[in-house]
Design a protein around this ligand. Structure first.
Ligand code: PLP
Length: 395
């Protein structure tokens, strides 16, 4: 029998978006004109002054290890940025520079999950939450994210899932894959309820915190002093600054957990690569106009996608309030979501992601990423329209 990894590895899941990307790339290499509305990354290049800062760091000789927690200037810049944007005190001592936003969820779930415990996570939600929870042997408990709530989470429903086994609650707003932004009243109610459970840790994934529209306010969990001693805040540069390939992120940790994440870094990745950290510093301290112009472009596409999706036969779509995803309801088309996403890719050359790839509550929906040019989005929606009019589901 071939050698086997320990059992936990058989429970590790995946992000199907990467499989869709691989298939889309393969079809494109065969000459197909694929339009990719599957991938969750900005289609803009990283702003030039950020790229220049990385090049300068290399030319200045920043080739060695940095502290495992990150370079001090960058930790301070992150603390200042969070403190200013959310009008609160943030100590750089609790900031950890991470190799991507994902690594914070990996570390937090690894730290909190074990057999016999439960971890609450959004469903539909980023697939890695569940995958990592299962890896640890903890029981994943989905928090349903519902269309009738405009894809915001419900505080009442979330609090109702907590019991004596619950160790960690994961929330995400603005959210992937639904584009929902949870309003202040709901977050106030959640925090108030969590005050009755002082042993619970909270992971707030705020990677899309600067991506909201129509004046919708993002409420950070950082704004609530009563839970600060057990809040893990996940954020990073990937989305806001179009830096997904740089593998950069950061997190704020409670005092009680900080040494554990620092030690995990020492054991696993030592530090984030040095020039990338200087690029991150330039991103935070330099001009922010590129962020504003990317958001303007996303907003224009969002309006278009929202309007046009609702014109497609048997499809309806809630107006996304944040991130760069729309999550149209396809239940009336007669298609199941994954076969539809697959047929759209193979037969209409449009990559989307089936809702079930984000959890059981994703059936009946597909995710459309509008991180693509308006022209491509228009062509893709035309193809989906033609497809739905002519191609009925396999029986
Ligand atoms: N959290 C959410 C909700 C995401 O959608 C993503 C990326 O798609 C991440 C975290 C991970 O970001 P990163 O690419 O920085 O690891």
């Amino acid at each position: 029998m071939p050698i086997q990894p320990i059992q936990g590895f058989s429970r590790i899941g995946e992000e199907n978006a990467f499989a869709v990307l691989a298939r889309a790339t393969q079809l494109a290499s065969q000459g197909k004109d694929i339009i990719n509305l599957g991938i969750g990354q900005p289609d803009f290049p990283t702003p030039q002054h950020i790229v220049d800062a990385a090049i300068k760091a290399l030319n200045d000789g920043h080739h060695g290890y940095t502290p495992a927690t990150g370079i001090q200037e960058l930790r301070e810049a992150v603390a200042d940025d969070l403190g200013t944007r959310y009008n609160t005190d943030v100590s750089s001592d609790h900031i950890m520079i991470m190799p991507g936003g994902k690594v914070t969820m990996f570390a937090a779930i690894l730290m909190m999950g074990e057999p016999g415990t439960e971890i609450l996570y959004p469903d539909p939600g980023f697939p890695i939450y569940r995958s990592m929870i299962e890896y640890t042997g903890a029981t994943p408990i989905p928090i349903p994210i519902r269309e009738e709530n405009d894809f915001a989470f419900s505080a009442k429903e979330t609090l109702g899932l907590i019991n004596e086994k619950t160790r960690l609650v994961i929330i995400n707003s603005p959210a992937n894959p639904c584009g929902g932004v949870t309003p202040k009243e709901e977050i106030d109610a959640l925090v108030k309820g969590l005050e009755a459970h002082p042993d619970l840790a909270i992971l707030s994934d705020e990677i899309y915190d600067q991506m909201t529209y129509d004046g919708t306010e993002h409420i950070s969990l950082l704004s609530y002093p009563s839970i600060r001693d057990r809040l893990i805040l996940l954020n990073g540069w990937s989305k806001t600054y179009a830096m997904t390939g740089w593998r950069l992120g950061y997190s704020l940790w409670p005092e009680a957990l900080f040494n554990s994440v620092r030690k995990l870094a020492v054991n696993a990745w030592s530090c984030v690569n040095a020039p990338a950290q200087f690029a991150a510093l330039a991103a935070l301290t330099g001009p922010q106009d590129a962020v504003a112009s990317m958001m303007q472009a996303f907003d224009e596409r969002r309006q278009f996608v929202f309007k046009e999706l609702n014109n497609l036969p048997d499809i309806s779509c809630v107006k996304p309030a944040g991130a760069f995803y729309a999550f149209p309801n396809i239940a009336q088309t007669g298609w199941m979501a994954k076969p539809l996403a697959s047929a759209l890719l193979e037969e209409a050359s449009v990559a989307t992601i089936g809702g079930p790839d984000f959890g059981v509550h994703g059936e009946g929906y597909i995710r459309i990423s509008y991180a693509n040019s308006l022209e491509n989005i228009e062509r893709a929606l035309q193809r989906i329209d033609d497809f739905l009019r002519t191609r009925k589901p396999d029986s």
